[in-house]
Design a binder for this molecule. Structure first.
Ligand code: DAT
Ligand code: MG
Length: 151
């Protein structure tokens, strides 16, 4: 089943939105596979945002993600990558869909609260970057068959 990396970034943690983020993903029907509350060092931050190196906002982005603890998670479900990005909303909060986290709680692109993998290859690379294999919990819920068409 598809898996995706989710971060509640430092602004989301500081603003008490860990629970809100988890609540929305749980209620959507996604299954939590791993979670880790941690400080991000520059090495991890630079690897995570390697694709943005050289862009004007890169230095600010690295400073921001390393500035305070983040909540890193892996969530699983059919179409999880697209579903989670939809729940988060567009990168720029003023363009995010009504009802998405970034719409409901954010204003600025540089303080957009969460991260979610943007494709299958990215998800694989990011999950391996943030978590060790043994930290990923394979489990099933009694409700799975009421949420997933094919369990
Ligand atoms: P996303 O986080 O939606 O996957 P992204 O991968 O394009 O977006 O960019 C990573 C983060 O970098 C994004 O969450 C906020 C920041 N960012 C992106 N584009 C930016 C811009 N034009 N100005 C300032 N920050 C930007
Ligand atoms: Mg991205």
């Amino acid at each position: 089943m598809e898996q995706t990396l989710v971060l509640v970034k430092p602004d989301g943690v500081q603003r008490g939105l860990i629970g809100e983020t988890i609540r929305r993903l749980e209620r959507r029907g996604l299954r939590l596979i791993a979670a880790k509350f941690q400080i991000v060092d520059r090495e991890l931050a630079e690897k995570h945002y390697a694709i943005h190196k050289g862009k004007p906002f890169y230095d600010g982005l690295i400073d921001y993600i390393t500035s305070a603890p983040v909540m890193a998670m892996v969530w699983e479900g059919p179409g999880a990558i697209a579903a989670v990005r939809q729940t988060m909303g567009a990168t720029r909060p003023t363009e995010a869909q009504t009802g998405s986290i970034r719409h409901d709680f954010a204003l600025e692109i540089g303080r957009n609260l969460t991260h979610a993998s943007d494709g299958q290859e990215t998800a694989k690379v990011e999950i391996e970057l943030w978590f060790q294999e043994r930290e990923l919990i394979q489990w099933s819920r009694d409700t799975d068959r009421w949420i997933f068409e094919n369990v």
